[in-house]
Write a protein of this length. Structure first.
Length: 256
């Protein structure tokens, strides 16, 4: 008798007979796992007992190589224990691009540098990824000259825009430590990744809400970063990134 494996709306008695025909009278855990699509072994054992189907218990610990191969996954990442106490101790960075359409200024990428302590973010637009070194140097000069802040550690992914001779020379020049994530493990650069997602989603929403041309994406990115810096949250209650970075209250009367 041919069994139609994908027949819908089976009667309960018919379903029970179908299971018994598939499993027969006496089977092993391994064989039943194969027949029942490699479901959890404890569930299979309980199900067979419920259906009053005899089976042989495995003497050794049950192991299915196919299950290991097909169901393996990464363990959850633990939260970072890094705690900063002042601006500049740790800067998170990430690059976004290439964009679908060039900006009005002909840019296709942008890079962010986000302070871990204050969450204050600087954004720079680029035509090529290779400009990261120049933008980082500009960022270092800006925060040093305007705020007398020295960067101690840079954290990024392991992309070639960060791991190259020019960037390494710049880091060595200023005595900056460089921390990089393991390849294909963006979770280790989570703060920059989450910030980038927030900026991109805000940018997309602004353009959609006002029916703007996509060529204005850079202006929308600037608006999003400007607003988040002055109204976003931080680890300190009722303190914005601007307040912790500049040590003064921002003027938000120009936000219209």
């Amino acid at each position: 008798m041919r069994i139609k494996c994908f027949q819908w709306f089976l009667e309960q008695d018919h379903y029970n007979r179908l299971i018994k025909q598939i499993l027969q009278l006496k089977i092993s855990h391994y064989y039943s796992g194969m027949k029942l699509c490699h479901q959890n072994v404890h569930h299979i054992r309980n199900y067979l007992k419920h259906m009053r189907i005899q089976f042989t218990e495995t003497k050794n610990k049950f192991f299915c190589e196919a299950c290991v191969y097909g169901k393996q996954h990464r363990e959850p990442f633990t939260l970072s224990n890094t705690k900063t106490t002042k601006p500049g101790q740790l800067i998170h960075s990430d690059v976004c691009g290439p964009t679908e359409i060039n900006s009005l200024g002909g840019k296709r990428y942008f890079v962010i540098f986000k302070d871990d302590y204050s969450n204050y973010t600087y954004v720079y637009f680029m035509s090529q990824k290779s400009e990261v070194k120049n933008k980082f140097e500009l960022f270092l000069s800006t925060v040093k000259n305007q705020l007398n802040i020295s960067v101690i550690t840079l954290r990024s992914d392991c992309g070639l825009e960060y791991k190259n001779i020019e960037v390494k020379a710049l880091l060595n020049k200023f005595g900056i430590k460089h921390e990089t994530s393991v390849p294909y493990t963006s979770q280790q650069n989570g703060k920059a990744e989450r910030s980038m997602r927030t900026i991109v989603e805000a940018t997309r929403t602004l353009i959609y809400r006002k029916y703007l041309s996509k060529t204005l994406w850079a202006e929308a990115v600037n608006a999003a970063v400007y607003t988040i810096n002055r109204t976003g949250n931080t680890s300190q209650e009722r303190k914005t990134p601007y307040e912790l970075w500049f040590n003064k209250t921002p003027d938000i009367n120009n936000l219209k």
